[in-house]
Design a protein around this ligand. Sequence first.
Ligand code: G3P
Ligand code: CA
Length: 309
Amino acid sequence: MRRVKMVLMARTRLHGLAGFLLLSGMAANLKSAESAESPAEALLRSGRPLVIAHRGYSAVAPENTLPSFQLAKAAAPDLIELDYHHARDGVPVVIHDETLDRTTDAVAKWGGSKIRVDSRTAGELQTLDAGKWFDPRFAGTRLPTLREAVAFIQKDHVTLIERKAGDPTTLVKLLREHGWVNQLVVQSFDWEFLTGLHQLEPKQVLGALGPPSKRDGRRLTDAEKALSVEWIDGAVKTGARIVVWNRQVSGETVVAAHARGLKVWVYTINEPALAEQLLELGVDGIITDNPALMWRTLALRGWKQQAAR
Ligand code: G3P
Ligand code: CA
């Protein structure tokens, strides 16, 4: 009887010890998960301005294609930007325009004009040539799906996804399925989309793109398009951590954005002299078709090409 009691006590102690070890192990894991900073968060803390390759290395390759992303990698940008729309079957496909005319052979192949991306399935879109319009040497290049493109970029770089069309639920589902939440950054001109995405996945780092071309159905004047405290307040409300603006930013608005906890990235900057001016104002990121040229600009200003994260 005594022996049975001792065995039971020993088992209880062992279970207690195992439980303690399990819990402390889990706590340690949680702690390390909490302390491990995601790539997107780390980029927000960069000590130098970021270089962001616009539509891949679009100065030297057909925009938004795998060759463009491959060549961008050779220039080692901090992020590689791409755009997507939904195909007719709901599959997100990487392309900038809402029509296929400019960057594929759809018109030559199918006839007509202004052929919308969402008028064809992803399978049909992937029969198109998305390279030869840029240069015959890129003939045979396909339109990548968003899944293919992000998987390719995320192997060793960070994606800046720009949503041109599509709902937040589909994107969040894709990010979760692949473990990409906060491994990359999402941006959009549609601030309702950003608000919706922020509600679904509050951790995901977002960029609020501006200015919009219209407000309340009316075209904006140049003065209204400039980054302002009003725009900054609106961007904060979406849950965005970055305002991504055109060149119409001033030193005061950069300071105001920083005071509200927002980073300021600017697009699409391909001239070193303009990049110099914007860097002087304190912007945190330059989106460019020519990342190598922007590295040169940063280097001449004394920034080393040290890792941002
Ligand atoms: O990343 C900013 C920039 O891409 C927004 O303009 O027209 O090139 O998509 P757009
Ligand atoms: Ca874009």
